[in-house]
Design a protein around this ligand. Sequence first.
Ligand SMILES: Cc1cc2nc3c(=O)[nH]c(=O)nc-3n(C[C@H](O)[C@H](O)[C@H](O)COP(=O)(O)OP(=O)(O)OC[C@H]3O[C@@H](n4cnc5c(N)ncnc54)[C@H](O)[C@@H]3O)c2cc1C
Length: 416
Amino acid sequence: MSEPRARNWGGNVTFAAARLHRPRTLDELRRIVAASRRIRALGSGHSFSAVADTTGDLVRLDRLPHTVDVDPDSSTVTVAAGATYAEVATRLQAAGYALANLASLPHISVAGSVATGTHGSGEALPCLAAQVRAVRLVGPEGDLVDLDRDADPDTFPGAVVALGALGVVTRLTLDVEPTYRLAQHVRVGVPLDEVAERLDEVFGAAYSVSVFTHWIDGEAVVWLKRRTDRPVADWAGGRAATVPVHPVPELPADNCTDQLDVPGPWHERLPHFRPDYVPGSGRELQSEYYLPRHRATEAIAALRRLAPVLDPVLQISELRAVRGDDLWLSPAYRRDSVTVHFTWADDPVAVPPVIRAVEELLLPLGARPHWGKLSAADPARIAAGYERAEDFRKLAASLDPVGRFRNAHLDALFPA
Ligand SMILES: Cc1cc2nc3c(=O)[nH]c(=O)nc-3n(C[C@H](O)[C@H](O)[C@H](O)COP(=O)(O)OP(=O)(O)OC[C@H]3O[C@@H](n4cnc5c(N)ncnc54)[C@H](O)[C@@H]3O)c2cc1C
């Protein structure tokens, strides 16, 4: 079945694909892949970059059964690649289980999130792809390939954050743990000087911490998501918010998860946004950078100096902590990171020069751009930030020798 051209969630990418396939069975998917010249998987389309784009075919797995199978013996869940975290989390919670972490929104597909190194916040918590224990994918000839963290220790770390380059992932097995509860509260009026000087205390103040700022007024709003089964930390800068807030202060908090320190299940507190509402501001562009954690204070100082340039197009910025991992293309590869996110105005003319100005400051500090968000950096320079880029290129060439899953974005990053 074919449908006309599609756009991403942000509306800034109209996919060049001639066809969008939405197979209903695995066999149909395998036939589509084998018969295509070039093909890219599309998840829920929440990326702002052209990473999913193609002049070949697009395939979306949302019509395949959204299976979610918990295995208590191995403490894992095996999920259909097209399922969203909202679907997986609801089913896990009902079975008494949880994931260690989620992104700011639960609307995104598991496969698409994992493919781009999507992360939440928590200094002890790596990106979501680190939860993956096994993947099954459809290879270039419609063949099925199974990869497993324990059985394939040499290649597996290259095959998880893979930008869709190795094949169409059909299912993923994730680590789970017993369900837990969190309570979320917000501190407003926190001086940015305090964030910079006491960064370890701020990020150590709860299981998951997000620091929102406009840079220009020298203040931050800090969201703290604490586990109710762990001791309460000491840091409490600024003052407690007395009403629920949205990350973009001008917007109503209706689409946000419950705050004011009211406990609730993990999946109703870890994301900032509720699954049944539009996340973010709804009209926006985004970019984000993973910095080595030890460079975060310098980055904060540099961005404060740039505040007058940022301010006209910035809806909000967010700082988060991400633990390092061993996934070759993870932007947190082998380094504990602080991420700096920018929600920009939906202005494709005014925003790119500001992104360039940000990157002039942050790339020299070792920043790696988020694969799913906008960057103006030279693709060769981005790839050079990854020690295992050449290994990834070889892995992609071995699993996809005909280049079925390549696109212009990948060609620029990892020339064949
Ligand atoms: C409002 C909003 C909030 C966000 N918040 C966060 C956040 O908190 N943290 C964060 O890190 N990011 C965040 N993002 C970015 C988002 O998480 C990433 O862009 C993520 O990739 C989106 O997943 P998706 O399913 O939409 O992927 P898509 O954009 O559809 O695809 C991304 C990549 O995954 C590949 N892919 C998708 N499905 C498959 C498959 N089955 N097999 C193989 N490859 C596949 C595609 O080919 C493409 O390369 C946010 C985005 C938005 C719009």
